[in-house]
Design a protein around this ligand. Structure first.
Ligand SMILES: [Zn+2]
Length: 188
């Protein structure tokens, strides 16, 4: 938040430094009250912070985390395609495999614990020896996804269950989604 204040006031001060060359009026930048940052920001500072929040995933306790899913920042950055779908955004930090809330999802998919077990399964052996139980349950799954009135078949691989596949799809959805069993999956 401190950065936001400083960035905004620097921009304002630069324009308040005295009469403009040539004696004209000094123009203040457009400022607005940002409820998420609880600060008064310039439009440029808002856009800059929103972009910074997309480049890396801010920690939940960082003020920049407030900018990440902000529809105002999206609009200022000219990225309407990134307007968050609120129900999906609420699932973004849920691990689809174990359904636990996690501050960090590896490759935007699995929590650290599930990722490490997935690595063991990929190797076919545990660090202390033996075959991981996960090997027996990881399979490719297909399901029907109905979104924006159209159905499509989606293959998720490898997942432990259809529930994991559905959650993985739901957390990145852009609109309400419904799921059905793909024919191939029903036959499996
Ligand atoms: Zn997990």
């Amino acid at each position: 938040m401190r950065r936001a204040h400083r960035g905004a006031s620097d921009a304002a001060c630069a324009r308040l430094g005295g009469p403009a060359p040539g004696g004209g009026h000094v123009t203040l930048p457009a400022m607005f009250r940002c409820d998420r940052q609880r600060a008064t920001l310039t439009a440029a500072a808002c856009e800059r912070m929103w972009r910074a929040a997309q480049e890396r995933l801010p920690r939940p306790w960082e003020s920049l985390a407030q900018c990440r899913g902000c529809p105002i920042g999206v609009a200022r950055a000219g990225r309407p395609d990134l307007v968050p779908f609120v129900p999906a955004a609420a699932l973004r930090m849920i691990c689809p495999r174990c359904t636990r809330q996690s501050e960090r999802l590896i490759r935007d998919r699995l929590c650290v614990s599930c990722y490490n077990r997935a690595l063991e399964a990929a190797k076919g052996r545990k660090a202390k020896g033996g075959v991981p139980q996960l090997c027996a349950v990881l399979h490719a799954r297909e399901l029907a996804v109905i979104e924006k009135g159209a159905a499509r078949r989606v293959r998720q691989a490898p997942v432990v269950s259809l529930a994991e596949a559905m959650l993985a799809i739901a957390r990145t959805a852009k609109a309400p989604v419904a799921f059905g069993r793909a024919t191939a999956d029903a036959a499996a």
